[in-house]
Design a protein around this ligand. Structure first.
Ligand SMILES: Cc1ncc(COP(=O)(O)O)c(C=O)c1O
Length: 400
C-alpha cells in the first residue's frame, strides 16, 4: 500500500517554469527577472502602518473564521459599488490570497471525475487544485486573431455530462484580455443552459488600462452560480501578505468555509487590518500604481514591436505582455531558454500556459521598475538583432 494518498501521486507537482530554471543556474548574478507576477512596487505605507497599529493595539488573537467584521463590511461595500455584486458581510470569506480562495472553491464544488473547463492559454496554477480535488481539466481554445476573446460556442462544444464548472480569469493572465460584456453574457448563457458553476478569478480587476472590468457575477442569473475570487496581491502590491477574499451564494460559501476553517482556521488577524486599510484607503494610491504599470506597459510593448520576429498587442489588463514570437522561427520554450542563457532576461514560455500559448512569451512588466525594463529591452534588442549570439546546443548549460 502506498504511504502517499492517491490524490497526491495522481496529480502533477506545482511547476514554477522559468523561475525554477533560473533558480537552478549556477550564476544568477545580473539576471533581469520578468517571469513571475511579483509586483515591483512596495506595499503602500498606510497599509503597513495600519497593520503595525493593529499589532500594537493587541489584535494578535483569533478572529472570526470568515474574517474580521470591519473588513468584511468594507469588502461587501466594495463588492456592491465596484463589482455590482450584492454581497453582505455574511457572504464573504477572507482567504490567504486568491490561491487559497480558489483551492476552497474547487474543493467545494468539484467531485471526483468532474470536468472543469479552462480557457487556453490559461493560468496553469488552477490545474493542480482541480486535480487534487479529483477533477479533470478540459480546455477550450482562445484565438489571437479574435483578440483572445471568449467564443461561447467553442466553450459549449467542450461541455459534457460531467462538466461542473468553467474557470474565468478576467482580466486574463496570460493574454491580457479584459472581457467585454457581450463575451461574458455568452459565457453566462452557456453556464445557465448547462447548469454550470463559474469560478471567476478577478485578481487583476484593478490592473486595467483599456476598457472596463466587469464581474460576471453581476450579470443576470449569475450571482447564484459564480464564485468570485479577489486578492490584494497585484493591485496593492501585497503578494507576500497572502490576503484575498471570496464571495458566493450562501450554500457554496458555507461549503468553502468548511474547507478554510479546517485548513487554516482563518487568515492572520493583524494582516486583515492591513487589508482593511487597503480597501478603505485613498484610491489615489492605487491609481498611481496602475498608471505606473500603464507607462511600463506602453514602453515595453513599443520596444517589443521594434524587435524582428516579435509582434505584441498592448494588453488591456494584468501586468503581462504576451508577444507573438512566431516570426523568430523558434518555439516559445527554446526562445525563453535562449533569453535566459544568452540575454540573461528571464521571461516565461507561452507554452507554460497551455497548448494555446505556443508561439508566445509572457513578459511581466509589473515585476520590474522602469530602469529594470529598460535594461531588459536593451538586452532583448541585442538578442533579437543578432548582437548576442544564440547558445548552440553543445554550449547550452546543463541546467537548461
Ligand atoms: C490569474 C491569477 N490567479 C491567482 C494568482 C495567485 O494570487 P495570490 O498570490 O493572491 O494567491 C495569480 C498570481 O500570479 C494569478 O495570476
Amino acid at each position: 500500500m502506498s504511504r502517499i494518498a492517491d490524490r497526491i501521486t495522481s496529480s502533477a507537482r506545482k511547476n514554477y517554469g522559468m523561475y525554477a530554471k533560473a533558480a537552478r543556474l549556477e550564476n544568477r548574478n545580473g539576471l533581469v527577472h520578468m517571469e513571475l507576477g511579483q509586483p515591483a512596487h512596495d506595499t503602500p505605507e498606510h497599509i503597513k502602518a495600519a497593520t503595525i497599529a493593529a499589532i500594537t493595539a493587541g489584535h494578535v488573537h483569533y478572529s472570526e473564521l470568515s474574517g474580521i467584521g470591519p473588513l468584511r463590511e468594507a469588502l461587501a461595500h466594495k463588492l456592491r459599488t465596484v463589482n455590482g455584486i450584492h454581497a453582505t458581510p455574511a457572504d464573504i470569506v477572507v482567504t490567504n490570497g486568491l490561491t487559497h480562495g480558489s483551492f476552497a472553491a474547487f474543493f467545494a464544488v468539484v467531485n471526483p471525475n468532474d470536468e472543469v473547463i479552462l480557457l487556453d492559454p490559461m493560468y496553469p496554477q488552477h490545474i493542480g487544485k482541480i486535480e487534487l480535488a479529483g477533477g479533470r481539466v478540459v480546455t477550450a481554445p482562445l484565438d489571437e486573431a479574435r483578440g483572445f476573446s471568449i467564443q461561447a460556442d467553442w466553450i459549449e462544444a467542450k461541455v459534457t455530462a460531467r462538466t461542473k464548472a468553467i474557470v474565468l480569469v478576467n482580466p486574463s493572465n496570460p493574454t491580457g484580455r479584459v472581457y467585454r460584456r457581450e463575451e461574458l453574457e455568452g459565457l453566462a448563457s452557456v453556464a445557465i443552459r448547462h447548469d454550470l458553476m463559474v469560478i471567476a478569478d478577478e485578481v487583476y480587476e484593478y490592473n486595467v488600462y483599456g476598457g472596463k472590468h466587469i464581474s460576471i457575477a453581476s450579470l443576470p442569473g449569475m450571482a447564484e452560480r459564480t464564485i468570485s475570487l479577489y486578492a490584494f496581491t497585484k493591485s496593492h502590491a501585497m503578494d507576500g501578505w497572502r490576503l484575498g477574499y471570496a464571495t458566493a451564494a450562501p450554500d457554496v460559501l458555507n461549503a468553502m468555509l468548511k474547507i478554510t476553517a479546517n485548513d487554516v482556521t482563518h487568515v492572520n488577524t493583524f494582516a486583515q487590518y492591513g487589508a482593511l486599510a487597503a480597501v478603505t484607503g485613498d484610491p489615489a494610491v492605487l491609481q498611481h500604481m496602475v498608471e505606473d504599470e500603464r507607462f511600463k506597459r506602453d514602453f515595453l510593448v513599443e520596444a517589443l514591436n521594434r524587435m524582428p520576429g516579435v509582434l505584441c498587442a498592448p494588453p488591456e489588463g494584468t501586468i503581462y505582455a504576451f508577444p507573438n514570437i512566431r516570426g523568430t522561427g523558434l518555439d516559445s520554450q527554446t526562445l525563453a531558454d535562449q533569453l535566459l542563457g544568452a540575454a540573461r532576461v528571464v521571461v516565461e514560455s507561452g507554452a507554460f500556459y497551455g497548448a494555446g500559448g505556443e508561439g508566445y512569451l509572457r513578459i511581466c512588466f509589473g515585476s520590474q521598475t522602469l530602469p529594470g525594463i529598460e535594461e531588459a529591452v536593451r538586452r532583448l534588442d541585442c538578442f533579437f538583432n543578432g548582437r548576442i549570439h544564440r547558445i548552440t546546443s553543445d554550449k547550452r548549460p546543463a541546467s537548461l
